[in-house]
Design a protein around this ligand. Sequence first.
Ligand code: GCU
Length: 622
Amino acid sequence: MRNLMKLVASAVACLGFTTLFAATALAQSPATEQASPTNKAPIVLTGGDERPAMSLNGDWHSIPDPYFGGLYDFHKHESKRGWFMNAKAKPGDPFPLDYDFAQSPTLHVPGDWNTQIAELFFYEGPMWYQKDFDYNLKPGTKVFLRVGAANYKSIFWVNGKRICDHTGGFTAFACEVTPALVPGHNFIVAVVDDTRHEDGVPTTKTDWFNYGGLTREVGLIEVPDAFIDQFDLHLNRADRSEVDGWVHVANAKPGEAVEVSIAELNAKTSATLGADGRAAIAFHPAGLKLWSPESPKLYRVRLTAGADSLQDEIGFRTIEVRGTEILLNGSPVFLRGISIHAEAPYRTGRAYSYKDAETLLGWAKELGCNYVRLAHYPHDETMLHTADRLGLMVWSENPVYWAVQFDNPAVYANAQNQLDEEINTSRNHPSIILWSMANETPINDDRTKFITALADHARSIDPTRLITAALLVHGTDDTKIVDDPLGAALDVIGTNEYIGWYERHPEDIDKFTWKIAYDKPVIMSEFGAGAKAGLHGGPDDRWTEEYQANVYQHQMVMLNKIPQLRGMSPWVLMDFRSPVRVLPGIQDGFNRKGLISDQGQKKEAFYVLQKAYVDKTVGKAQ
Ligand code: GCU
C-alpha cells in the first residue's frame, strides 16, 4: 500500500519566522528509489489521439501558485520533487503542511482555468493539478501519459517521480510513466505555468487570450515494448494510384515486419524495418477514391508491427503548386476560406471538444467554405478530424506570431520543436494542405533567416505539403506591395491587409491595386472589420454590422482584381476573447471582427461572404 511513502517535509526558518517549504522527499522503498530517473524528453505519437487510452479527463484538484512555492524554496532553489501531498499528512507528523490537494478546489480537464473559476479569469502563472488513479501494469507493456496540450510550460510527476517537462501551449506530447507506476493506487501531479515570456513562442504580446491549463485531453496509452510511434501515409504526387509513406517502430530490431492494410479496399502491404527503425511503404490499393472537399473520402487504415497495432482515419489526396496555381489532385483550386481561433462557441474559453469543432466548422461549411485557416497555433485533433470529415482544407500554423526573439537560438529551438510536434502528430490528416510558419513578423535579416530555416526544416520532414506564412504588406496611396524577402522561402504567399478598417474608408478599397514580387499563388490570409452583433447604422458607421458588410462588399471587388489570388481567409469566423480589445459596450474583452458573435449571432457580413462563396463570384479557379 501507499504506506511505503512517507512524507518528510523540511522546514526552513526564514526572516525570523518559520516558513514551511515542503521540499517533500518521498521516502520510497529502496527498489523504487533506485528506479532509473524517468524524466525524459517527451515524444510525439503520430495519431496518438486514435490509440485506446485510459482517460484522465475529469476533475483534478488544483492549487494556484503565483509565487511558485511548490517548486522553488525561499532562496529560489528548485526542489527536485515538487508538491505531491495527495497522501495525507499523518496525525503527529512533525510539520504542518501549507496545502492539501484533497481539500483543494477542482478544475475540469480538458479546459482552461480562466473560464472555469471567476477568480482565475486573469490569473497567469503556475497552477498545480493532482489526480488519483488506479492502474495495473500488464507485463511486456509500456505506459505513456499523452497530453493533448498544456499551455504553456508544464512538468509532470507520477507517484512523486518527475516524468517529463514540456514547453509549448498547442501541441500534443507523450511521456513514459512505466517505471513510476505502482500496482493499484497511483497519483499524478502536474504544474502548468502559462506565464508569457519575452523569449517564448509566442512572445508576450498576442491578440488572443492566454488561456492557461491542461487545455486538451489527457490519458494513459499502453503499448508493447516495441511500438509504432510515428508514421506517414500519403498519395504519390506523380502517381495518384500509389500510396507512399513510412512507418517508424520504437525499440524494434532491423528486419522486423510492418503491415499496412485498408480493409475496405481489401488492400495490404508489408515492409521490413531498416536500421533506423523505419520501413518504407509503397502500394497500389485498387479502387482508391481520392479525398477532396466535394468528396471527403476517408479510409480506416490499420498499421501492425509485431505486437503493436493501431488504426487511423486517413484520406488520400495530393496538393502542389504549378506556377501561380494551387493544384488539388492535379486540378486548380480556389480556397474559399475563413480564419478561425480555437475559441469555444457560446461557453467561450479554449475549444477542445468535437462539439466545439463541429459548431465552428459547421458554420464554415454554411458559409460556403472549402478551406479554413486555423490561426495562430496548431488546433486540437478534434478540429482536424472534423475538417477531414467535412471536406475542409486546412492552413495549420506554428505560433511564431509577431515579434518573437528571432536572434535567440533557444527561441528557434523552441519554435522548431513545436513545429515538429505539430507535423509529426497531425501529418496524416488529408485536410491539412498548408503548414504556416508564422504570422505578421517584422521584416529583418534575423527573422527571415529564422523562418526560412523553419520552412526548410518543415519541407525536409514533410515534402508532401505546401509551406506558407502570413506576411505584412506595405505601399503608398492606392497600391499594396508584396515583396517581403521571406516570400522566397514559401510555396504560397499569405498576405494580411485591413484596408477599410485600419486604413482608409470602405469605399476606397476598390481603388487599390497590388504589386506582387513573386510568381507564386497568393492567399489573402486576413482582411475584415469589427462589428458588434445587433448594432445597426449606416454603411460608414464604424462598429455597425452595416459597416462590416460594406467593407466585405468592397473587398470582394478589389480581390477579384488580383490575378494570382488563389484563396482567402477573412478575419475571422467568430468573435474571440482578447485582452487588448476593451472598448466598453462594443468589444468588452472580445475582438469583434467575427462574422458571427461568440453567442452564435450571424452578422450581415456573414451573408455577404456567403453569397460570394456560394455564387463563386470571387476567385479565378472554381
Ligand atoms: C492581425 C493579426 C490577428 C489580429 C488581427 C486584428 O492581422 O494577425 O491576430 O487579431 O490582425 O487586428 O484583429
